[in-house]
Design a protein around this ligand. Structure first.
Ligand code: PGA
Length: 265
C-alpha cells in the first residue's frame, strides 16, 4: 500500500488525478468510478485538465462501483445520475461507455451477475477510484462483507443510510443496493482510495495499519498489488507511521515512479 499525505482536498484531487491521467493518456483506459463526496476534488481536477490541458476521455470506458436498488438510472439520486452530474457530463466520455448496475430491474441477483461479467468482458478495470465510509466500507461492502465477494445485492448499514440521508429530500434512503464485491474491486489493476476529514480518520487507520479483516472491509486493499491511499491531514491524523509514509513518498517522487509504471507492490 502506498500512502500519500496531502495538505488539502485540492492537493488530494491533484495527486489522484495524476494517476488517473497516466492511465487515460496511455489509451483505451477502463476507469472505475466512485460517487460520494471524497472523489469530488479528483473529478474537478480531471474536468479542469480536460478543459485546459486537452485530457481526452473519448476512448475511455467507465464502470461505477454501486447503485441503489429500486432507483431508475434517471432518478435524481441514482448513482448513474450522480456520476453524470459530478463528472461524466463535463468531459467527452461517451455516454454509451458509462456502465452502472441497473437498480430498477426485477431480478437484482441476475443484474449483479451480468454487471460483474461485463467488467471482466471489458478486460477489467485499470484504475478504481474509491472513497471509504466512516465504518470502513468501500463501495457498499459493509463490515462483515466477504473479502472475496463479487458484485451482488447488499443491505445498507443503518449508519450508511443515515450518512446518505442528506442527499434525499424525503430522507428515505433505499435499503438495498447493488455493489461491486471486494473480490471484484481487488481485481482492478490500481486501487486508488481518497479520504478527507476527521470522521474518516479511524477507518483510515484500521484500513492501513490494522489487520486485514472484514470488520474493516477497506483493509482488503492490503492484499492488493497496487493500492494507493491519498489523504488530507485530518483523515491521516491517527496514522502512527506518518513519517515513514512521507519519506517513502519523497523517494517515489524523486525516482519518478508512477502507479502505472509500478514500484509499490
Ligand atoms: P463520502 O462517502 O465520499 O461521501 O464520504 C464515501 C463512502 O461512504 O464510501
Amino acid at each position: 500500500m502506498q500512502v500519500i499525505l496531502c495538505d488539502s482536498a485540492e492537493h488530494v484531487g491533484k495527486r489522484a488525478a495524476d494517476i488517473v491521467e497516466d492511465y487515460v493518456r496511455a489509451g483505451s483506459a477502463v476507469l472505475g468510478l466512485a460517487t460520494g463526496g471524497s472523489p469530488s476534488s479528483t473529478y474537478r481536477e480531471l474536468i479542469r485538465r480536460h478543459r485546459e490541458e486537452s485530457l481526452g476521455f473519448s476512448d475511455v470506458r467507465a464502470f461505477t462501483l454501486d447503485e441503489y436498488a429500486g432507483l431508475a438510472p434517471d432518478h435524481e439520486q441514482s448513482y448513474h445520475t450522480t456520476i453524470r452530474r459530478e463528472f461524466v457530463d463535463h468531459v467527452d466520455l461517451p455516454l454509451e461507455n458509462l456502465m452502472t448496475p441497473q437498480g430498477d430491474v426485477s431480478d437484482l441477483a441476475a443484474e449483479a451477475e451480468r454487471y460483474d461479467a461485463a467488467i471482466g468482458a471489458a478486460g477489467g478495470v485499470d484504475v478504481q477510484i474509491l472513497g471509504i465510509g466512516a465504518n470502513g466500507h468501500i463501495g457498499f461492502n459493509e463490515p462483515t462483507s466477504s473479502l472475496s465477494s463479487r458484485t451482488r445485492v447488499k443491505t445498507l448499514a443503518g449508519t450508511t443510510r443515515r450518512d446518505n440521508a442528506r442527499f434525499f429530500s424525503d430522507g428515505e434512503v433505499p435499503r438495498l443496493c447493488l455493489t461491486q464485491g471486494l473480490g471484484t474491486i481487488r481485481e482492478a489493476r490500481t486501487a486508488l482510495l481518497v479520504a478527507m476529514g476527521a470522521n474518516k480518520a479511524e477507518a483510515v487507520r484500521a484500513m492501513v495499519e490494522g489487520p486485514v479483516s472484514a470488520h474493516c472491509p477497506a483493509s482488503v486493499l492490503q492484499l492488493h498489488r497496487r493500492a494507493v491511499v491519498i489523504l488530507d491531514p485530518d483523515a491521516a491524523s491517527l496514522l502512527s507511521l506518518a513519517d515513514y509514509y512521507r519519506e517513502a513518498q519523497e523517494m517515489n517522487d524523486e525516482l519518478g515512479l508512477s502507479a502505472r509504471s509500478g514500484g509499490f507492490d
